[in-house]
Design a protein around this ligand. Structure first.
Ligand code: NAD
Ligand code: TDX
Length: 342
């Protein structure tokens, strides 16, 4: 299979490429990424020399370039997005451009060649649940997004579904809960808190700290995407999650305990505007239909993740300093795969 992966230099996309190239060494992958602030080619350093991996710098809104690259691919796996809720509150425009218009551009090219399209989405499109509510989101939950980020993702989900219904494009969608693991940009809560603590700084907890997120290790998410790509039913949506609801305060205490700190390292700060109260995902459909289930417990996953950030200080220090933007992969040598570099 030849995969065209968008956003493969980001957190989940780079873990997905590592997962795919390890599990299916006979597959080939094009990693197409604009390298926004969130894209980091150091995430895939160990795959640079693989003959079946190619990186191409480009925007998903560049229809001509996408058309040129995608036509002999078997599938588009679409991770690329502006992904950080706080940034969408401060400056929504790029979220509209990339998440909505960029997805539209990809869909137009996919339609031209009738290419299988898997769209990576989020549980945030469903809005939020009350703390007291025992309910969960599932595939039938009505869309009710709260932030410019989730509204733009919701819009892209609708477009993907419309291209199936209207043009018969072979699509699938996954809506996943909060991911954590290695290579997550240190603006998101877990890597931000762990790296702050390594540097002896306090952790900024929003509001009352009672907001709940449902956590899944990135490898479990990507195993779910793999299962959908290979066994999912065309036209269907699958919710992916690991039944690991934690309040932000409890999550913070887990990290503090593991790193040998106490509650005095928490600094309560002003709440996020429109802050969703609780997310919870029911993944019964994916588990029943795909034979997939999450296998990494929250306790084990968090332990490994904290250890990873401790062991890979150079990776996140390069982000803090901005040095990661200067990283040049091996492919950029003139004699190696330069035809793929834009
Ligand atoms: P990320 O911000 O770490 O990575 C996004 C990647 O997309 C970056 O490499 C960036 O350079 C690239 N990109 C952005 N705009 C682009 C454009 N216009 N053209 C080409 N590339 C572009 O995000 P992530 O956390 O890895 O999320 C990946 C996907 O998964 C997103 O679609 C997100 O909505 C979804 N998702 C994320 C989570 C989570 O917890 N992080 C949960 C569910 C779903
Ligand atoms: O400094 C912080 N303090 C804090 O209390 C930050 C950055 C976050 N938080 C809270 C806000 C949320 O309730 O922690 C929770 C998690 O925040 P983020 O890491 O920003 O994630 P979230 O807003 O839940 O969204 C994430 O999961 C769903 C991803 O960023 C999205 O791309 C994905 O769709």
């Amino acid at each position: 299979m030849k995969m065209f992966i968008t956003g493969g230099a980001g957190f989940i996309g780079s873990n997905f490429i590592r997962y795919i190239l390890t599990k299916y060494p006979h597959y080939s992958v094009i990693n197409y990424d604009k390298l926004t602030y969130a894209g980091n080619l150091e995430n895939l350093k160990d795959f640079e020399r693989y003959d079946n991996y190619k990186f191409i710098k480009g925007d998903i809104s560049n229809q001509e370039l996408v058309d040129h690259l995608v036509k002999d691919c078997d599938i588009i796996v679409h991770f690329a997005a502006e992904s950080h809720v706080d940034r969408s509150v401060d400056a929504p425009e790029d979220f509209i451009k990339t998440n909505i218009l960029g997805t539209f551009t990809l869909l137009e090219v996919a339609r031209k060649y009738n290419i299988r399209f898997h769209h990576i989405s989020t549980d945030e499109v469903f809005g939020d649940l009350l703390l007291e509510d025992p309910g969960q989101f599932d595939e039938k939950t009505a869309y009710d997004p709260s932030s410019p980020y989730s509204a733009a993702k919701a819009s892209s989900d609708h477009l993907v579904r419309a291209y199936h219904r209207t043009y018969g494009l072979p699509i699938t969608i996954s809506n996943c809960s909060n991911n954590y693991g290695p290579y997550q940009f240190p603006e998101k809560v877990i890597p931000l808190f762990v790296t702050n603590l390594i540097e002896g700084r306090k952790v900024p907890l929003y509001g009352d700290g009672k907001n709940v997120r449902d956590w899944i290790h990135v490898d479990d998410h990507n195993a779910g995407v793999d299962a959908i790509i290979h066994k999912g039913k065309i036209g269907e949506t699958y919710c992916l999650g690991a039944d690991s609801e934690k309040s932000n305060k409890d999550l913070t205490m887990t990290i503090l305990n593991q790193m040998g700190f106490g509650e005095e390292m928490i600094e309560f700060v002003a709440d996020r505007l429109g802050h969703d109260r609780r997310y919870a995902i029911n993944s019964n459909k994916a588990q029943a239909e795909l034979g997939w289930k999450p296998v990494i417990s929250f306790e084990e996953g968090i332990r490994r993740t904290v250890q990873w950030y401790i062991a890979n200080e150079g990776w996140w220090k390069n982000i803090q300093s901005g040095e990661y933007r200067n990283y040049k992969p091996e492919e950029q040598q003139p004699d190696q795969k330069s035809d793929f570099l834009i």
